[in-house]
Design a protein around this ligand. Structure first.
Ligand SMILES: *[C@@H]1O[C@H](CO)[C@@H](O)[C@H](O)[C@H]1NC(C)=O
Ligand SMILES: *[C@@H]1O[C@H](CO)[C@@H](O)[C@H](O)[C@H]1NC(C)=O
Ligand SMILES: *[C@@H]1O[C@H](CO)[C@@H](O)[C@H](O)[C@H]1NC(C)=O
Ligand SMILES: *[C@@H]1O[C@H](CO)[C@@H](O)[C@H](O)[C@H]1NC(C)=O
Ligand SMILES: *[C@@H]1O[C@H](CO)[C@@H](O)[C@H](O)[C@H]1NC(C)=O
Ligand SMILES: *[C@@H]1O[C@H](CO)[C@@H](O)[C@H](O)[C@H]1NC(C)=O
Ligand SMILES: *[C@@H]1O[C@H](CO)[C@@H](O)[C@H](O)[C@H]1NC(C)=O
Ligand SMILES: *[C@@H]1O[C@H](CO)[C@@H](O)[C@H](O)[C@H]1NC(C)=O
Ligand SMILES: *[C@@H]1O[C@H](CO)[C@@H](O)[C@H](O)[C@H]1NC(C)=O
Ligand SMILES: *[C@@H]1O[C@H](CO)[C@@H](O)[C@H](O)[C@H]1NC(C)=O
Ligand SMILES: *[C@@H]1O[C@H](CO)[C@@H](O)[C@H](O)[C@H]1NC(C)=O
Ligand SMILES: *[C@@H]1O[C@H](CO)[C@@H](O)[C@H](O)[C@H]1NC(C)=O
Ligand SMILES: [Ca+2]
Length: 582
């Protein structure tokens, strides 16, 4: 049998080049010779002519809360492949560390929102840790093209290939190709050296991580999944809950009133964790003990504010505001935090924790009528408009006639339609566990975009499904040996919370996962970092679920306590549905 051209080329260069430096490996020919064979995945063809490679030396890893800002050197590799029988083209990009810094590691990274990658933002974190780090464009046209831009072929016509690429296939192919490419490039394909494979992502990226852990047991040795946007249909429709509450109760709180209620919640609930530091580390105790009614009648005032499109979600201009917190405003916030239910009072889903900023509830000031009005959450509106109604829209034009029951119908429609692509809550992780995989799952205690209880629910589903015959404590202990969930005090959605400057953020998670996987150093607690505030730069330990933090006073580390009453506040009976919601 004749060798393919590129294989004979490899045979030629292997005898000639003694590549050990970045410059030696960072050439088109060396990269081409390192590409996996097409049979690495049935039905793909790798385009050798597409290879681009350039060496990047001594640049700053840049601003990120996820890895230190150190100087890095790498080969920037891009190439494409296609799926046979489809006229498509999927681009992959890998940052390859210099051979002297390579530590037998591979890292896939994910995206956020409807993006399947985070551009170059997460790749340096791999290089810092001696890993080849990759992203995919999902075949959507460019690394900057988002899934929502290619999801519809026309109104009513789903483009199924991007749906499944976004759902799970794109990250799987990125990983399978990336691992073999790494082995070939560093000559570890035929040795006994193990290549460790990792994944890291938050939000949509967290969902993408779970899409791999749930489906492909032996793909990854470890995954970091932050605040995952899984249970997709419940999650996205939930973004409209706040608006529908406002419409149903007929009250649209001025932004300053919402802000005041949030501030008073933070102030009242801060000390429940044993430390008065502006951080609500125990939102469960806040839920149990704080009565929102205590804010009624409190005066508020806020200066006029110009429109701000630089923050997310963008805010419209506000006039100067003066007033007192109303009973109606409190009723709206109470109903929002209580979470989605239908018109019969049966529970559909759950909400953010008290202390999370009320982003979905944001209203808009109408300068014509001088009134505060409905401002439909684009996160929820886009899901319903584009993914349920199949219209090329980025939001709903109106919520007229939308009731609590409509929201339930929307959840069910999205759930059944995307159960095998986006929903991503398969609870039996046996193949991953048997293969020795480890998951480090974290979620901000004050997340304002993905309810923190959403992660608790999944952890609990895995516990119940995988350890049906054990006591709660025994099964929790068994699960924590390989899958840990950390709720991070004072953290918002995949970012520090500006309302809680003394809060924590789990910076530099990758070394923690690596130590767990490669050295069996179990992260009993997780390093949280103060990214701002009085203790900026210092770390503090974050408790692993179901244990909850309780401070002893004077800045001591928290105890991690078992508190049944608090644990119970995180669990919900979604009795609006007759099938289990994992
Ligand atoms: C891989 O092996 C070939 C053949 O010995 C050699 O030319 C090349 O430099 C090696 N690559 C690395 C990264 O060491
Ligand atoms: C990169 O930095 C290292 C260490 O400071 C130095 O030895 C090397 O010359 C630098 N390389 C380039 C291309 O600037
Ligand atoms: C990162 O480091 C570079 C130089 O090493 C510096 O110019 C840059 O300001 C740093 N960025 C941050 C966010 O600290
Ligand atoms: C990596 O390569 C791509 C494609 O050639 C290029 O667009 C991008 O700017 C490069 N990035 C760096 C950091 O060199
Ligand atoms: C959807 O709308 C955008 C912006 O108006 C447009 O660029 C795009 O071509 C449209 N897509 C389809 C499938 O109609
Ligand atoms: C809420 O607290 C923040 C931070 O302390 C402050 O800037 C803001 O003015 C407060 N808002 C209201 C309405 O009191
Ligand atoms: C809060 O106040 C309302 C009246 O404004 C009352 O109906 C409700 O029962 C109160 N709730 C609590 C928990 O005190
Ligand atoms: C709001 O009240 C403050 C304090 O009473 C006052 O200084 C300010 O002028 C008032 N602003 C408006 C818009 O009424
Ligand atoms: C809402 O319902 C009314 C009464 O059935 C109907 O006239 C109206 O067109 C509906 N509005 C929307 C936006 O569906
Ligand atoms: C749980 O116990 C039942 C009854 O003893 C048994 O049939 C089942 O296999 C057990 N399941 C697991 C996961 O051990
Ligand atoms: C479970 O363990 C906790 C300590 O982690 C303990 O307080 C609790 O009583 C245990 N529950 C049972 C049912 O043994
Ligand atoms: C956790 O934080 C401590 C204290 O800052 C530090 O010594 C340790 O290296 C960190 N662990 C990891 C895995 O980053
Ligand atoms: Ca506190």
């Amino acid at each position: 049998m004749r060798l393919p051209l590129w294989l004979s080329f490899l045979a030629t260069i292997t005898g000639v080049i003694q590549a050990a430096t970045l410059q030696d490996v960072c050439t088109s020919s060396y990269i081409q010779a390192s590409l996996p064979q097409n049979n690495i995945i049935l039905g793909i063809t790798i385009d050798h002519s597409s290879v681009q490679a350039n060496a990047v030396t001594n640049i700053s890893a840049g601003t990120s809360n996820d890895y230190p800002n150190v100087t890095i050197t790498f080969c920037n590799v891009t190439f494409a492949y296609s799926h046979n029988g489809r006229n498509d083209r999927v681009q992959l990009r890998y940052y390859v560390p210099a051979p002297s810094n390579f530590k037998n590691r591979y890292l896939s990274t994910g995206g956020g929102g409807y993006a399947i990658n985070s551009g170059a933002r997460m790749l340096p974190g791999g290089v810092v840790n001696g890993a080849v780090a990759g992203i995919t464009d999902g075949g959507f046209g460019a690394f900057t093209t988002n899934f929502n831009q290619v999801f519809l072929l026309a109104n009513g016509a789903i483009n199924y290939q991007p749906l499944y690429m976004f759902g799970y296939q794109g990250i799987q192919e990125l990983t399978v190709i990336g691992k073999q490419f790494t082995k070939n490039l560093f000559n570890i394909s035929n040795s006994n050296t193990k290549l460790y494979a990792y994944y890291q992502g938050c939000s949509e990226g967290g969902r993408e991580g779970w899409s791999q852990v749930q489906r492909f047991g032996d793909e990854l040795d470890g995954a970091i999944t932050g605040a995952p946007a899984f249970r997709f249909s419940h999650q996205q429709v939930q973004h409209l809950w706040s608006n529908v509450v406002e419409q149903t109760l007929g009250y649209y709180p001025p932004s300053c009133e919402l802000d005041k209620i949030l501030n008073e919640t933070l102030k009242a609930c801060d000390p429940y964790d044993g430390k008065t530091d502006g951080v609500v580390a125990r939102t469960d105790l806040c839920k149990l003990n704080f009565n929102l009614n205590s804010t009624i009648g409190m005066p508020y005032s806020c200066p006029a504010q110009p429109a701000n499109s630089m923050i997310f979600p963008a805010t419209p201009p506000y006039p100067a505001q003066n007033g007192t917190v109303t009973a109606q405003g409190v009723a709206v916030v109470r109903e929002i935090i209580d979470g989605m239910h239908d018109l019969e009072g049966q529970r559909v889903y759950f909400s953010y924790q008290p202390s999370a900023s009320l982003a979905d509830a944001q209203t808009a000031y109408n300068t014509q009528t001088n009134k505060w009005e409905l401002s439909i959450s684009g996160l929820g509106g886009q899901f319903v408009g584009e993914y349920l109604y199949l219209l090329n829209e980025t939001n709903l034009p109106t919520l007229a006639n939308v009731t609590y029951d409509t929201l339930k119908e929307w959840v069910t429609l999205g759930w059944t339609r995307y159960e095998d692509s986006l929903q991503t809550t398969w609870p039996d992780l046996t193949p991953f566990n048997v293969a020795g995989g480890k998951v480090l799952h974290y979620h901000g205690e004050s997340d304002n975009s993905i309810p923190t209880a959403s992660s608790v629910r999944y952890w609990e589903s895995v516990r119940q499904v995988m350890y049906p015959n054990m006591t709660y404590n025994a099964s929790a202990a068994a699960l924590k040996e390989w899958y840990k969930l950390f709720l991070v005090p004072g953290m918002a959605h995949c970012s520090p919370d500006p309302h809680q400057p003394n809060g924590l953020y789990p910076s530099n998670n990758l070394p923690t996962l690596i130590n767990w996987v490669e050295q069996n150093v179990e992260p009993v607690t997780l390093n949280g970092t103060h990214t701002s505030g009085q203790m900026a730069g210092q770390t503090e330990q974050v408790c692993a679920w179901p244990l909850r933090p309780l401070y002893g006073g004077n800045g001591a580390a928290p105890q991690c306590v078992y508190d049944q009453k608090s644990i119970d506040t995180w669990h919900y009976d979604l009795n609006a549905f007759k099938v289990p919601v994992y």
